[in-house]
Design a protein around this ligand. Structure first.
Ligand code: NDP
Length: 295
């Protein structure tokens, strides 16, 4: 059996076209151009690429992007100052602080300083709390992209056994929170696994849908996957063989029913959902409008 590919690149193109149309309508009606302010500190090559991709995607969707590049020796106070200015700038609807921040900067303080109504990454504790209670303002970009990929490919989430491998604040934890909600496009039975999980292969083999966000190249092997399962690979690992995911794609695709490739799976959708959130921010998501995914 060879798995069907869940094509994140193609879906991303479709959703970006929808967003571009919505942005054009919104701007025509209101005279407001949605604007994302991105903050990049230091010279990390991967971060430079991510930020450039985000800038390009904004431009194509009719969203203004403002880049703030700061030197690696920037202090926490200087960064907090900039965030404060962006919080108060009426023309800015979304603020993105590219991670990881250089050592020496207090990441928690910086992320907590972003005004929740402009927090398009949904990292602020207020936004995480709202997600947990099932009334999100913004949904975090990578998990939202994955949810859309599953829904729009007709993967049944209600009642499905989902295993999320990884419990980071950026991917694993919010993914689990979102899929366990009593809501359309959710209602799954979710298990979260991590480095202390016992009999990990038994746990992953119980999954109808296995979502892997570990950062360990080709960790998930064919024997860890239930035949016919849906496998979503979030990992991005730079190796001598090029870019690979956390899943041993060639072997697992012979067991899984559907699988995301790396690259071309989850990655493009993450940027797409950032565009979605920036438009939502411009629409006044912060003024009490209840957030929704794009179900
Ligand atoms: P983190 O490093 O923050 O978290 C990794 C998680 O995997 C942790 O919960 C850790 O467990 C768990 N883990 C690590 N090793 C093992 C192991 N041997 N067995 C079981 N569990 C393990 O990673 P992120 O969530 O931030 O990122 C994960 C991957 O996804 C990375 O490759 C990253 O580059 C990629 N990524 C891709 C995005 C995209 O747009 N496609 C967006 C964000 C991330 P413990 O908590 O116990 O330490």
């Amino acid at each position: 059996m060879t798995a069907t590919i869940l094509d994140g690149k193609a879906l991303s193109k479709t959703i970006r076209a929808e967003i571009a149309e919505d942005v054009a309508k919104f701007t025509k009606q209101t005279g407001i151009t949605p604007c994302l302010a991105a903050v990049l500190i230091g010279e990390d090559p991967a971060s430079q690429i991510y930020v450039r991709n985000k800038e390009r995607a904004c431009k194509k969707a009719g969203i203004e992007s403002r880049m703030h590049r700061l030197p690696v020796e920037t202090t926490t106070e200087e960064l907090l100052n900039l965030i404060g200015r962006l919080n108060n700038d009426q023309a800015v609807h979304g603020i993105l602080v590219q991670l990881p921040l250089p050592a020496g900067i207090d990441e928690q303080r910086v992320l907590d300083a972003v005004r929740p109504t402009k927090d398009v990454d949904a990292f602020h504790p207020e936004n995480v709390g709202l997600i947990s209670q099932g009334r999100p303002r913004f949904l975090p970009c990578t998990p939202h992209g994955i949810q859309q990929l599953l829904i729009r490919n007709g993967v049944e989430l209600s009642g499905a056994n989902v295993v999320v491998l990884g419990r980071s604040d950026i991917v694993g934890k919010p993914m689990a929170l979102m899929l366990m909600q009593k809501a359309d496009g959710a209602n799954a039975t979710v298990t979260v696994a991590h480095s202390r999980t016992k009999n990990l292969a038994d746990v992953t083999r119980s999954a109808d849908i296995l979502i892997v966000a570990m950062g360990v190249a080709k960790f998930v092997t064919a024997d860890m996957v239930k035949p016919g399962a849906v496998v979503v690979d979030v990992g991005i690992n730079r190796t001598d063989d090029g870019l690979v995911g956390d899943v041993d794609f060639d072997a697992v695709k012979e067991v899984a029913g559907r699988i995301t490739p790396v690259p071309g799976g989850v990655g493009p959708l993450t940027v797409t959902m950032l565009l979605h959130n920036t438009l939502a921010g411009a629409r006044g998501r912060g003024k009490g409008e209840r957030g929704r995914g794009m179900l």
